[in-house]
Design a protein around this ligand. Structure first.
Ligand code: HEC
Ligand code: HEC
Length: 355
C-alpha cells in the first residue's frame, strides 16, 4: 500500500500517468478540457478560436449565448450541416464541456426569455432577402460549401451558419436571435442591424420570419433515405486472387486508374502477420478528384476510392462503403450529385468483377 502510494506520488510528480492511476482517473468527474479536446477542438480550434467550426471563444459570441443554447447545440448538433449531434455523451460530460467553453466568457452571462417575439413574417421575408441571403443563403440554409476554408470566400473567414435548421431553431429562442440581430457579433461578418439602420420593429419582423422556418422544412436539404445501405457488397464466384484481378480490370474500364493492392492490416502489424485474405484495391480518377476537391476538400474522407475483398470460410466477398451514405454529412447539392455518381461507379465495378 505504502509502496503504491510512493509510486503514485513519484509518477504524479513526474507527470507520468502510470497504469496504476488509470482506474482512479476514470472514476473522477469528466474533465471539460479533455472532452473538448477530444470532441470539439478538431473543428472549433483547441482554444475555441475557430476552424471548420465557428469560433466559440470570441467575446461577442460568448456575450450572446446562454448555457442552455450551448447544451442544446451539443445535444442536437445541426442536422445536415457539419456540426454533429453528441447524443452519446452523458449529461455529466455535456455539463463539463459547457463549463469549459463558458470559462472563456469574461462578461456577465445571459439567460433568454422563451417568450416569442411578435412580428410580421411577410415583411421579415422581404428584409431577409435584402439583407441576409448573401451570407445565410436564399432559404437561410447556411453558407454554401459547408464551411471548410477552401470552399468559402476568403473575405468571409467565418462562414455563416444555417438558420433554417432544426438544430439551430430548437436551441435558439427568439430573444437570442433578436439580440444577435440588434448587437451583431463583433469580430465576425455578422453585424448589428440596428447600427446598419434597421428599426427594432424590422428586427422583430426578421425574427418572426426566421422562426417561421420551423413550420416549413426545406425540401432540398441533404436528406438521405434511411433505407440506403451503408455498404455495397457482393459475393464473388471466383477465388480471392482472381477477384482482385477482376476488380482491377473493372476499375480501368470505368476510367479510373488502378493504384495499388494492400492488405487491410498493412502498416498495422508486421508484414508476416498481415492476413493475406483481406485486401484493399485502391484506385483514383484525377478529373473526378479535382472536380470533387473544388467543391469541398472534405471529400478527401472517401478518396482515393477503395474496394475491399475478403475471403472467409471459402467465400469471397467484395465490398465498398456506399458514398451516398457519406453524403449525409454534407448539405451540398453538388456533393450529393457526386456521391450518387460514385455510388453508381462502385456498384458497377463490383458487379462486373463478380459477374
Ligand atoms: C456578411 C455576412 C452576413 C450577413 C449579411 C448576415 N449574417 Fe448573420 N451571421 C453571419 C456569420 C458569419 C455568423 C456567425 C457569427 C459567429 O461566428 O458568431 C452569423 C450569425 C447569425 C446568427 C446567429 C446564428 C448562430 O448559429 O449563432 C443569426 C440569428 C443571424 N446571423 C441572422 C442574420 C440575419 C437575420 C441577417 C439579415 C438581417 C444576417 N444574419 C445577415 C454572417 C452574416
Ligand atoms: C466536425 C466538425 C465539428 C465538431 C467536431 C464540432 N463542431 Fe460545433 N460546429 C461546427 C460547424 C461547422 C458549426 C456551424 C454550423 C453551421 O454551419 O450551421 C458549428 C456550430 C457550433 C455551435 C453554434 C455556433 C453559433 O454560431 O451559434 C456551437 C455552440 C458548437 N458548434 C459547439 C460545439 C461543441 C461544444 C463541440 C464538441 C462537443 C462541437 N461543436 C463539435 C463544426 C463542428
Amino acid at each position: 500500500m505504502l509502496l503504491r502510494f510512493i509510486a503514485l506520488v513519484l509518477f504524479a510528480g513526474l507527470g507520468i500517468s502510470p497504469a496504476l492511476a488509470a482506474p482512479a482517473q476514470s472514476l473522477a468527474a469528466p474533465s471539460g478540457a479533455q472532452l473538448f479536446a477530444r470532441n470539439c477542438a478538431s473543428c472549433h480550434g483547441e482554444k475555441g478560436d475557430g476552424g471548420i467550426g465557428v469560433p466559440l471563444a470570441l467575446p461577442s459570441f460568448q456575450a450572446s449565448i446562454s448555457d442552455d443554447y450551448l447544451r442544446q447545440t451539443i445535444h442536437t448538433g445541426r442536422p445536415g450541416r457539419v456540426m454533429p449531434a453528441f447524443s452519446s455523451l452523458s449529461g455529466e460530460e455535456v455539463e463539463a464541456i459547457v463549463r469549459y467553453v463558458r470559462a472563456w466568457n469574461k462578461g456577465p452571462s445571459v439567460t433568454y426569455s422563451t417568450k416569442p417575439v411578435v412580428g410580421d413574417p411577410a415583411h421579415g421575408k422581404q428584409l431577409f432577402e435584402q439583407y441576409c441571403v448573401a451570407c445565410h443563403g436564399v432559404n437561410g440554409e447556411g453558407a454554401k460549401g459547408t464551411g471548410v476554408t477552401f470552399s468559402r470566400p476568403r473575405d468571409l473567414p467565418i462562414m455563416a451558419p444555417a438558420l433554417h435548421n432544426p438544430g439551430f431553431l430548437a436551441a435558439a429562442p427568439d430573444a437570442m436571435i433578436k439580440a444577435t440581430l440588434m448587437k451583431g457579433r463583433e469580430g465576425t461578418p455578422m453585424q448589428s442591424f440596428l447600427k446598419l439602420g434597421l428599426k427594432e420593429k424590422d428586427i422583430d419582423d426578421l425574427v418572426s420570419y426566421v422562426r417561421s422556418f420551423e413550420t416549413q422544412p426545406l425540401a432540398s436539404s441533404a436528406k438521405v433515405a434511411r433505407t440506403e445501405s451503408p455498404v455495397i457488397i457482393r459475393e464473388s464466384p471466383y477465388d480471392l486472387n482472381t477477384t482482385v484481378e477482376r476488380v482491377k480490370t473493372a476499375v480501368t474500364t470505368h476510367n479510373f486508374f488502378y493504384g495499388r493492392v494492400q492488405t487491410l492490416e498493412y502498416g498495422l502489424t508486421t508484414p508476416e502477420k498481415e492476413n493475406p485474405k483481406q485486401v484493399i484495391v485502391y484506385f483514383c480518377n484525377i478529373s473526378l478528384l479535382n472536380q470533387a476537391l473544388a467543391i469541398d476538400p472534405r471529400v478527401g474522407m472517401f478518396l482515393p476510392c477503395r474496394v475491399s475483398i475478403f475471403e472467409k470460410d471459402g467465400k469471397v466477398q467484395v465490398m465498398s462503403v456506399n458514398p451516398k451514405v457519406l453524403s449525409q454529412l454534407f448539405n451540398n447539392a453538388e456533393l450529393n450529385q457526386l456521391c450518387d455518381q460514385l455510388e453508381q461507379h462502385y456498384t458497377e465495378i463490383i458487379e462486373e468483377a463478380t459477374l
